[in-house]
Design a protein. Structure first.
Length: 304
């Protein structure tokens, strides 16, 4: 079994992010991660308009000894007119999202998520993308999550964001115990390194790093020039291609270095991977277990 104790399988990929994924392929992808030893899973109502939670729940139904995190902040409702590809999720059920960061919204979100998952509890609840709703979140969602944790309904609470400043505000102003930061601690973007990671380490807050491939460019900068879910700017493509050439000198795939990069920082508790199919999951595990020479790390640090 691989050393994957600090690896979490994220739920966006097998819910159709960027391209539709069949039920069969999604289940095979989750199974490949499970067979590799991964026992921590992160999902959200937002991912595939609920299909991520539903697919994960179907997989876990006959299994035990795992941890699950999901998110609050978006409620789902049936919508026959919902177009395909909303928020870059394809093949999703006909549902739309409504943002709600109130206490009542948190309770409803958890109840709905548990129904989709087929579980009676989750281990971790994260407030999802509260960037434009921080006042409502601080007044409503956050106190409710604290009550849920105090009552034992969940073991951990936190935020899941892309913005370092938003994460820092919640770290400094609320009693959270987890932060998921996406895309901000990668080979290409280290904005979390200066303040967020040290602050979390000081406060004993567990950090989950997601989006380590920056939505594709660090997987293959010659063919997937996508950074932060948008076409990458020229200077970003050039930096990624420079890193790719450095890795090639050592016969190491760039994605191996990109996936392993967060694990080198002791402030990072776990890395969230985005594999959505069996082939992607198996490749990710292989990349995580590819030895990366220390000299390459030094070269990559000088290039960033």
């Amino acid at each position: 079994m691989n050393d994957v104790a600090d690896i979490v399988l994220g739920g966006a990929g097998y819910a159709g992010l960027f391209r539709a994924v069949s039920e069969e392929d999604a289940q095979a992808g989750i199974a490949a991660a499970w067979d590799a030893g991964i026992r921590a899973f992160d999902t959200a109502p937002h991912y595939g308009a609920g299909s991520s939670e539903e697919r994960l729940g179907r997989f876990l139904r006959s299994r035990s000894e795992y941890t699950v995190s999901t998110k609050v902040g978006r409620l789902l409702y049936d919508d026959p007119s919902a177009p395909d590809g909303v928020h870059d999720f394809y093949g999703a059920p006909k549902r739309s999202r409504r943002q709600d960061y109130s206490a009542a919204g948190v309770r409803q979100s958890l109840e709905d998520s548990l129904a989709r998952l087929g579980l009676d509890r989750v281990d971790l609840l994260l407030i999802h993308d509260p960037d434009e709703h921080q006042a409502e979140t601080l007044a409503g969602a956050m106190p409710e999550l604290v009550r849920m944790r105090d009552a034992g309904l969940v073991s951990g609470i936190g935020v899941g964001v892309n913005d370092v400043d938003v994460a820092l505000r919640f770290v400094r102003e609320t009693p959270i115990d987890h932060v998921m930061i996406a895309g901000r601690y990668t080979l290409l973007d280290r904005r979390a390194e200066a303040e967020l990671l040290p602050e979390c380490a000081h406060r004993g807050i567990r950090v989950l790093v997601a989006g380590v491939l920056n939505s594709g460019i660090l997987a293959d900068p010659l063919r997937r020039a996508t950074f932060d879910y948008r076409p990458a700017q020229r200077h970003i493509i050039e930096r990624a291609q420079t890193m790719d050439r450095l890795c090639a000198k050592y016969d190491i795939p760039l994605r191996a270095a990109a996936l392993q990069f967060p694990r080198r920082n002791p402030a990072v508790s776990a890395t969230v991977i985005g594999a959505g199919t069996k082939a992607e999951a198996e490749d990710t595990i292989a990349m995580l277990n590819t030895p990366v020479p220390e000299d390459l790390w030094h070269d990559l640090a000088r290039s960033s």
